[in-house]
Ligand binder design. Structure first.
Ligand code: PLP
Length: 480
């Protein structure tokens, strides 16, 4: 899956270099600085490339000219192989609301390590963590796994079993992991993605069976008509609608008022289940995740990432009427690493000592400070765009208006975004994971001083970014 974007810096023609001299030069300078600061990462990447496709263990980690290689991390910071220090808002693609090596998580894990790391047998942390999850989220029974991919895969299978139907509606641009049902229309390109009112189902790479694609009708986020249309076209065939309550694979795309409620009603009307993929939002929006935040209850919920405090942990849960399909041996669920005691100890410490109401208040305060600071600096520099924020997440969105869906997101100016990202990284701030479809995370270990430093770096980058943006606008006006 490659991300779309309007320009690729390396492919600039000489004409484009002239028209976009400021854009080009500003980005070139930041890349030059990046390469001077990170020679050991370049070297390490070269070695990786020999044995590991793209030189990385997950495609999301690859970017040009090469990714930063990490040496160590602690709290809200990490250091790269060259010894550069960064404030970390990547936090493993948002999986570390706890921050690195949170003391409570470390203590719990260290004491578990001496007592056995895997049993493949039940133990008494299982009901405890299940209780924690059922207290916060609108579910009554859960099963555990290690990754978000597993959680959404099993949730979808359960929905299919509960309804006796095969088809699942997903939203264009949404990411739910790596299984076949999820790898549809994740980052589709024009013209193959078709009409925005009835998006085509586009495989997210080779190897996804055609039969699987046919079972995934695609709709447009924030467009209830497109969902209703899919229900009408597939009468009695839709098992579920799966979505991230905030579309977080396009920066951040907030649900419009009434959208989530409308989905709830469409699912009820058509006998389908509503699945909230809360792999990202579950821990980071607030204490009770998206159902508490938006006041809409799904039938099945999937959580992962930040619930593990830095260890692989995931869960899916629902009402017993759905989960009983597992109890009755009608739906199969298993996994060697499920509820391994190390991850479970980390999860328990995370729920009890990290994801507390007090810590959410701390993160909220920092999150608002960062957002307000970005808004002020952008306005002062004359940078056009907006800042989206919810809970621990936020992102600089370089668009004239708030995006409503994936198609709006594809109009991003990739070179401007890269200028922003490398500019921040060169000043010791990893403002978010690389790729313009991501967002920043603030951990419970970030401090006011981290946010001040982050804002100071943005204040240095924003004027040059605004100047480059003006050049783009002027060129667009000339060619209009
Ligand atoms: C919303 C969402 N669902 C599912 C996944 C898959 O999770 P994992 O990478 O743990 O398999 C991700 C990962 O980024 C995600 O963001």
């Amino acid at each position: 899956m490659r991300r779309p974007g309007i320009c690729a810096f390396s492919n600039y023609s000489s004409r484009q270099r002239k028209d976009y001299h400021i854009v080009y030069e500003a980005l070139r300078k930041e890349l030059e600085t990046f390469e001077k600061r990170t020679p050991k990462s370049a070297e390490a990447h070269k070695k990786n490339l020999k044995r590991i496709p793209l030189g990385v263990a997950s495609n999301y980690r690859a970017y040009d000219p090469y990714p930063i290689f990490v040496k160590e991390a602690q709290g809200s910071h990490f250091r790269d192989l060259d010894g550069n220090d960064y404030i970390d808002h990547n936090l493993c693609f948002g999986a570390l609301m706890a921050g690195h090596c949170h003391p409570a998580v470390m203590k719990a894990v260290e004491s578990r390590l001496k007592l056995g790391t895997m049993f493949g047998m039940p133990h008494d942390m299982e009901w405890q963590l299940a209780e924690e999850i059922c207290q916060r989220f609108p579910v009554e029974m859960v099963r555990f796994g290690s990754s978000g991919t597993e959680a959404t895969m099993h949730a979808i299978r359960l929905a299919r079993a509960a309804t006796g139907r095969d088809k699942v509606i997903k939203f264009e641009g949404a990411y739910h992991g790596l299984h076949d049902t999820a790898l549809v229309s994740v980052k589709p390109h024009a013209p193959e993605f078709g009409d925005v009112n009835a998006p085509a189902s586009v495989p997210g790479g080779l190897g996804v069976p055609k039969a699987s694609i046919a079972n995934v009708p695609v709709a447009t986020f924030n467009d209830l008509n497109s969902v209703e249309r899919r229900f009408k076209e597939n009468p009695g065939e839709i098992a579920a609608v799966i979505l991230e309550p905030i579309l977080m694979n396009v920066g951040m795309c907030m649900p419009r008022p009434g959208f989530l409620q409308g989905l709830r009603e469409l699912c009820d009307k058509n006998g389908a289940l509503l699945i909230f993929d809360e792999v990202k939002t579950g821990a980071k929006l607030g204490w009770g995740g998206a159902s508490e935040y938006f006041g809409v209850q799904p039938d099945i919920i999937c959580v992962a990432k930040s619930i593990g405090g830095g260890f692989p942990l995931a869960a899916f849960g629902a009402h017993p009427s759905v989960m009983d399909l597992i109890s009755q041996h009608k739906v199969f669920h298993g996994g060697t690493y499920n509820t391994n005691p190390v991850s479970m100890a980390a999860g328990l410490a995370t729920f009890r000592e990290v994801l507390t109401r007090e810590n959410y208040a701390h993160v909220d305060k920092l999150s608002k400070k960062l957002t307000e600071g970005y808004r002020k600096t952008a306005a002062k520099a004359g940078l056009q765009g907006y800042v989206a924020q919810a809970g621990a997440n936020g992102v600089l969105m370089l668009y004239p208006e708030e995006i409503r869906n994936y198609r709006d997101w594809t109009t991003i100016d990739v070179d401007l975004w890269r200028h922003y990202w490398f500019g921040m990284v060169n000043r010791g701030v990893m403002a978010q994971p690389y790729w313009w479809d991501e967002q920043w995370t603030i951990s419970v270990q970030h401090t006011e001083a981290d946010i001040d430093k982050h804002l100071a770096a943005f204040a240095e980058v924003a004027p040059a970014l605004a100047e480059a943006q003006q050049e783009r606008f002027a060129a667009a006006a000339r060619s209009a």
